[in-house]
Design a protein around this ligand. Structure first.
Ligand SMILES: *[C@@H]1O[C@H](CO)[C@@H](O)[C@H](O)[C@H]1NC(C)=O
Ligand SMILES: *[C@@H]1O[C@H](CO)[C@@H](O)[C@H](O)[C@H]1NC(C)=O
Ligand SMILES: *[C@@H]1O[C@H](CO)[C@@H](O)[C@H](O)[C@H]1NC(C)=O
Ligand SMILES: *[C@@H]1O[C@H](CO)[C@@H](O)[C@H](O)[C@H]1NC(C)=O
Ligand SMILES: CC(=O)N[C@H]1CO[C@H](CO)[C@@H](O)[C@@H]1O
Length: 695
């Protein structure tokens, strides 16, 4: 028997919620009326957890306490650039970097910077009721600025650095931001829209190099460098002005898949509750842990993770998605990527990144062929069997053998010391989860949560070896399922209750900033004072209290003949094909079948083309247009569809192969790499209508 079935996750509290009908339901979606549901929480804790540290109620206190306790340990590490070159092969401009070792700042040194920055901010004239926006890539000064603002009870507005102009303008304007902290690159886009930013008065530039003042003369902004703010504060210390638990710490603008972004207001208590929960879920987190930080800080998962590592005495090394491994795009040939330089023990990842790791490894293995390929698959199959029994048993000498022969090399890709991966942002395919489990020998804690719930929701237990599930409610959350009759989901379904997932507890944020209507639509306080967020995701409860996400309300489309297609489900099934870098399924009520846009993985296609002897003289757009290519990719999708047991109407009848990757910079996917369906549909309108015309 698995240990986790006993004791660990069997939920205690099973309450049948019966709505006492109230008249306050104005503005709520129709399915909430007559609401009836099933609520669970984690039985290991008697009441929802608010803080794992006694007497600590805000992120500012948490950080100060850690700095006192771990004064001389290292906290923040950054790599220095040694050389840079530009590569023009493949007809595209690619910058390649040679980066050196990590340089570290201790907790004590960082705390000094934080207090200096906080004082400097006040001396610049920023009043504490005004808001600061941080609009920059993840790095040490991001963290320092964040903590500095917390020490003055200043609310921080976070913005994805890849957000479009319109959205940027909207978020800065809506929150009346007066001080923007940004990098050199972001500063250029700010200047571009300076005419529309009425409230901005000052800019603090994170990069140290000289800024030519002519460029900013017309903006009327006071531009100061980060280093100057720090030294100003160091010379004239100002007393801290600490926040309370209920004060808003962050207003996080989420890059929604439709419309303008909405700002989610999170209090210190909200974020602290999530940090505390993850602290309890990841086993033995402490000063020995090294965390590789490269996701956007404006992503709640990253914000929570960095605050957590800094609370337990661990160290945070900064990297970027493009320099992560030795073979990453921006790393000079033969030089080390961030993971090999840092050798982290803990990482956070979004599924798209883990999918890429898997594809990269498989491509390499298949390209090698011969004995090493056979050995890899044999080792993989053996480990899979062992995993099927239990995480702990059936390992022993065999595990050591396979590790030595096969998996050590794979583990070396991420530095060789990974012991836990936090994954969130989107559902992770079961295949990828297994692959990473086996090859890295490290568990993946899969979380399910939203910005609106401060990433709180559920989190899989570290010893749960099942796939496709997101675990039981985290210690600070209640989870409830409610019926959705239109979608055919009910809490009376057998064998498992199904319904829309509703999350409640101390982690649920206050609502959307200046958006009462949307807040009322998605948030609700019940008669007992618990705050709930309606996620729009459909899930089902397993017997052991774990949730499985099975659908999404928004992404379900009805076809001409009345069949429902869940776009996300089908995409997840098809994206396991080695050719798929990204895929968007399109379905509408005017046709009886679906079509798909497929961004094809270059290495996989190259390999196939060379095996088939297809000439394309390094011209990818030629290769992508070839009939054989489309046929091959389509055939591969059909194979995956069969494996995933998709219905006939769910399988795309026609596809278009695209060669340019969808990155957040292109605006086609969010920073968390989720598809922006409407925007992709518009961008590829022509391709889509061609597809339908040709069936
Ligand atoms: C923190 O700032 C908010 C907004 O300006 C204010 O309402 C709150 O009272 C402040 N908290 C403290 C402890 O001063
Ligand atoms: C910014 O806000 C002001 C009012 O606060 C409004 O008049 C203006 O239209 C807004 N601009 C944009 C670009 O949203
Ligand atoms: C693992 O177990 C499940 C059912 O318990 C079974 O369906 C699956 O085939 C097994 N996988 C392997 C590789 O044995
Ligand atoms: C690649 O092939 C396409 C289509 O055959 C052609 O239009 C394009 O000019 C070619 N590009 C290069 C760089 O040769
Ligand atoms: C912001 C928020 O919803 N806070 C609530 C968190 O939960 C506790 C009790 O569970 C409430 O007292 C808070 O009001």
């Amino acid at each position: 028997m698995n240990a986790y079935i006993f004791g660990i996750v069997v939920p205690l509290l099973v309450i049948l919620f019966r709505s006492r009908s109230s008249t306050k339901r104005r503005g709520l979606p129709a399915d909430v009326s007559g609401e009836r549901g099933l609520a669970l929480r984690n039985h290991r804790f008697t009441s929802p957890l608010s803080s794992a540290w006694e007497g600590v109620t805000t992120l500012a206190e948490l950080f100060e306490r850690a700095c006192r306790e771990h004064h001389d340990r290292v906290l923040l590490g950054t790599r220095v650039e040694i050389a840079r070159e530009v590569d023009y092969s493949y007809g595209r401009r690619l910058e390649k970097l040679h980066l050196g070792d990590y340089h570290w700042l201790t907790y004590g040194r960082v705390f000094e910077s934080v207090t200096s920055f906080a004082s400097g901010l006040a001396l610049l004239g920023h009043r504490k009721e005004e808001r600061v926006a941080i609009f920059a890539e993840t790095r040490d000064r991001w963290f320092i600025a964040l903590q500095g603002c917390f020490r003055r009870n200043v609310t921080v507005v976070t913005i994805y650095s890849s957000l479009g102009e319109e959205a940027l303008c909207h978020s800065l304007n809506e929150t009346d931001v007066t001080t923007v902290i940004c990098g050199r690159k972001e500063l250029t886009s700010l200047v571009h829209i300076s005419g529309q930013l009425d409230s901005v008065k000052r800019v603090i530039c994170i990069d140290d190099d000289k800024i030519s003042s002519d460029l900013f003369a017309q903006t009327g902004w006071k531009i100061t460098s980060f280093a100057d703010v720090e030294s100003l504060g160091r010379d004239n210390p100002v007393e801290a002005d600490l926040p309370l638990s209920a004060d808003v710490a962050v207003i996080m603008y989420t890059s929604g898949s439709t419309g303008l972004p909405k700002g989610v207001m999170m209090t210190h208590g909200n974020v602290l509750a999530t940090v505390s929960s993850i602290m309890i879920i990841v086993p033995n987190l402490g000063p020995k842990d090294v965390y590789l930080a490269y996701l956007p800080m404006a992503h709640i998962l990253e914000l929570v993770a960095e605050n957590l590592i800094a609370a337990v005495g661990g160290s945070i090394g900064y990297g970027t998605p493009l320099t992560l491994t030795d073979t990453s795009n921006k790393i000079m040939k033969g030089k080390r990527g961030d993971a090999t330089a840092l050798m982290p023990t803990v990482m956070a990842a979004v599924p798209a990144i883990l999918d890429r790791v898997r594809e990269g490894v498989l491509n390499k293995v298949n390209a090698k062929g011969g004995l090493s390929k056979k050995l890899f698959y044999l080792a993989f199959a053996r480990r899979l069997l062992a995993l099927n029994g239990s995480w702990f048993g059936a390992w022993g000498w065999e595990k050591a053998l396979w590790n030595l022969l096969v998996f050590k090399k794979v583990q070396a890709i991420l530095g060789g010391r990974i012991r836990f991966i936090l994954c969130g942002g989107a559902p992770l395919s079961g295949d990828t989860q297994r692959f990473i489990n086996i090859c890295l020998g490290a568990p993946i804690g899969q979380g399910y949560g939203l910005t609106e719930t401060c990433a709180g929701g559920t989190f899989s237990d570290f010893d749960d070896t099942s796939v496709g599930r997101v675990g039981p409610p985290i210690p600070c959350s209640y989870i409830k399922l409610i019926d959705w009759p239109e979608g055919g989901y009910s809490t009376n379904d057998s064998p498992m209750p199904r319904g829309e997932i509703v999350i409640g507890g101390p982690n649920v944020s206050l609502g959307y900033f200046k958006n009462e209507e949307k807040t009322i639509e998605s948030y609700k306080v019940d008669e007992r004072g618990v705050r709930w967020f309606y996620t729009g995701d459909i899930g089902r409860f397993h017997k052991d209290g774990c949730i499985e996400i099975i659908d999404r309300k928004k992404d379900i489309v009805k076809l001409q003949h009345g069949e429902y297609v869940s776009l996300g489900k089908v995409e997840a099934a098809l994206s396991t094909s080695p050719y798929v870098d990204n895929i968007m399924l399109h379905a509408d009520p005017f046709h009886s079948y679906c079509v798909a846009l497929v961004v094809v993985s270059h290495p996989a296609l190259e390999q196939w083309a060379s095996q088939q002897g297809i000439a394309y003289s390094n011209n990818f757009s030629e290769l992508f247009r070839k009939e054989e290519t489309v046929k091959e990719v389509h055939a591969s999708l059909l194979k995956e569809a069969k494996k995933g047991r998709l219905e006939k109407f769910e399988i795309p009848a026609k596809i278009t192969c695209l060669s340019d990757p969808w990155t957040p910079e292109t605006g086609l996917v969010t920073a968390a790499l989720k598809l922006k369906r409407e925007i992709i549909r518009k961008a590829f309108q022509e391709e889509l209508s061609k597809l339908y015309a040709s069936v």
